[in-house]
Design a protein around this ligand. Structure first.
Ligand code: HEC
Ligand code: HEC
Ligand code: HEC
Length: 463
């Protein structure tokens, strides 16, 4: 498959080179400008830029763990090798201090750097191209007023021929559709505002849409579920595997607070997304929710009925689901081993009325056991949910050191059978190996609550 696509690309490139591909691919250098004085920028514009930068998750990718903000150096693994993010602080030597606004705009809209080199689409310019002039100006003002950091990120480690940036001109020809967002007259203002944010800066499809073998989002399968940093980013369209169908209220609460009682918590790479969405005023978040709810669509009556039944059976995290299936009657050894681990290790939190941060939702409500892969479930079991700094937050211990691969497999298989729908997962052993090796940061985010006295977490302040 990869080979076939590669051949396709080579053929396209071959045809083009005969017809002046290098002329097509060439981009001019945009001259340096003197480093801008921060005082030149209107503070109101800078403030707006800060919000937009948050929605664009610029910090998540352009800051490596422990490194200075926006100084780059985060490794982004791809199937072609590793790409390291660049320094986008206004440092004149190692950052973008000498970039004019036109150069910044070209990077965001065309994926071309100041020197005229094509940039890899690991930088989501296929989404950022939709951003308006006004918003690009605000982002530029924001980045030019950051603390400059002198730091040169590591060079990319890509296999030949993917290390040849000229190939990206061919990639763009095949997959990149440049252009500022155009409102769709058939929808109202709020939907269009949501579409602008979601398809543009927030680039939700960057993780939630599957990619083809050359790393481009498959437009025809938008929001059909993708992959991000060792996590499955679930489908958000009609194929959503969530046991309880998503509705506007649940989406609003989940995206605002990182938790919803019928769905659980935003973990992994979704946690910083939620954190960053804090920058949105309620009105804009409602626009995002309106658009995503339209993507999700209305559940079929059958699906809605199943959702209601899951909620009823697990109300108060109640254990009505427990009695039958916890007893591994006549089951295989693996199943009974999995059941035994679940009952002793997981149920005391997940089927009790222990309040957060110590209890968890009944797993029948969780998308984890219902997803297309075991990956997220395995990630959470092995690495848990550590407490977040300085606030009460949901806590789950990690079992990386406490369980053998056989035990994790037995547990995961049991949890899938008991709480999940869909066929047996096939790739569990590999998922366990990958998750063990990853030792990645499991994103955590405080769950909401309104009354600290109730033993629930206090609501996180909206910045
Ligand atoms: C999903 C990860 C990701 C996100 C989110 C992201 N970037 Fe990047 N960005 C990259 C990568 C990777 C590169 C380097 C690409 C390359 O080397 O070809 C890059 C390059 C750039 C460049 C070119 C800099 C240079 O020196 O060539 C600019 C400017 C930039 N990003 C700005 C932004 C802004 C502004 C945001 C937020 C609105 C943002 N990026 C969000 C991954 C990301
Ligand atoms: C960096 C990758 C990434 C980006 C960008 C991203 N997501 Fe996610 N999202 C994920 C992952 C991974 C999960 C699964 C998290 C988990 O298991 O808790 C997820 C989960 C979700 C869920 C819960 C789905 C379910 O059935 O449990 C919703 C809703 C969601 N994302 C909406 C969005 C929206 C809206 C945006 C854009 C504003 C967005 N996501 C951007 C990676 C991403
Ligand atoms: C000390 C209590 C505790 C124990 C023990 C525990 N968990 Fe959790 N778990 C939590 C909390 C708290 C959360 C986060 C809140 C939530 O999403 O339900 C959580 C979240 C989860 C989630 C994500 C649910 C979602 O979709 O948001 C899964 C899956 C999970 N746990 C599985 C397990 C399994 C399997 C075990 C047994 C190996 C286990 N947990 C043991 C407390 C616990």
């Amino acid at each position: 498959m990869i080979l076939r696509n590669l051949m396709g690309l080579v053929v396209v490139l071959g045809a083009l080179s005969a017809g002046g591909f290098s002329v097509y691919a060439w981009r001019s250098e945009i001259p340096e400008v003197a480093p801008a004085q921060p005082s030149r920028f209107d503070p109101e514009l800078v403030r707006r830029g800060a919000g937009l930068a948050a929605v664009g998750n610029c910090n998540s990718c352009h800051t490596r763990t422990g490194g200075p903000s926006f100084a780059g150096g985060l490794r982004i693994p791809t199937q072609f090798g590793s790409i390291y993010t660049t320094n986008i602080t206004p440092d004149p030597e190692t950052g973008i201090g000498l970039w004019s606004e036109a150069a910044f705009e070209r990077a965001m809209r065309d994926g071309v750097d100041r020197l005229g080199r094509h940039l890899y689409p690991a930088f989501p310019y296929d989404h950022f191209t939709h951003v308006t002039d006004e918003d690009i100006r605000a982002l530029y003002a924001y980045f030019m007023t950051r603390q400059p950091a002198h730091a040169t990120p590591r060079a990319n480690e890509l296999r030949f021929p993917f290390d040849q940036r000229i190939l990206l001109a061919g990639w763009k020809l095949l997959f990149f559709r440049k252009g500022v967002f155009q409102p769709d007259e058939r929808h109202d203002r709020r939907w269009n505002r949501g579409a602008y944010l979601v398809e543009g800066l927030a680039h939700c499809g960057g993780c939630h849409t599957p990619r083809n073998t050359l790393g481009a989002e498959r437009g025809n399968d938008a929001y059909d579920g993708g992959e991000a940093e060792g996590w499955t980013a679930y489908a958000l369209n009609v194929d959503s595997p969530s046991p309880v169908p998503w509705d506007k209220d649940a989406l609003f609460q989940y995206l605002r607070h990182g938790w919803h009682e019928a769905h659980g918590m935003a973990r992994g790479p979704m946690a910083p997304v939620v954190d960053n969405l804090n920058a949105l005023e309620d009105d804009d978040l409602l626009a995002v929710v309106t658009y995503i709810a339209a993507v999700v669509g209305t559940p079929s009556p059958e699906r809605a009925r199943r959702g209601r039944s899951v909620l009823e059976q697990t109300s108060g995290n109640g254990a009505t689901l427990t009695s039958d299936s916890a007893a591994p009657s006549g089951a295989t050894n693996e199943r009974s081993e999995g059941a035994a681990i679940y009952v002793t290790t997981c149920a005391p939190c997940h089927e009790s009325s222990r309040p957060l941060p110590y209890g968890g939702i009944n797993l029948a409500r969780s998308t984890g056991p219902n997803g297309p892969t075991a990956r997220n479930l395995v990630n959470v079991i092995l690495w848990g949910l550590p407490p977040s700094d300085g606030q009460r937050s949901p806590i789950m211990p990690g079992f990386n050191n406490a369980m053998t691969d056989d035990q994790v497999r037995a547990l995961v298989t049991y949890v899938r059978q008991r709480f999940g729908h869909g066929p047996t997962w096939t790739n569990v052993d590999q998922d366990i190996r990958d998750a063990r090796a990853g030792n990645f940061k499991v994103g955590i985010y405080p769950a909401p609550g309104t009354d600290p006295a109730s033993g629930v977490i206090s609501q996180r302040e909206v910045r």
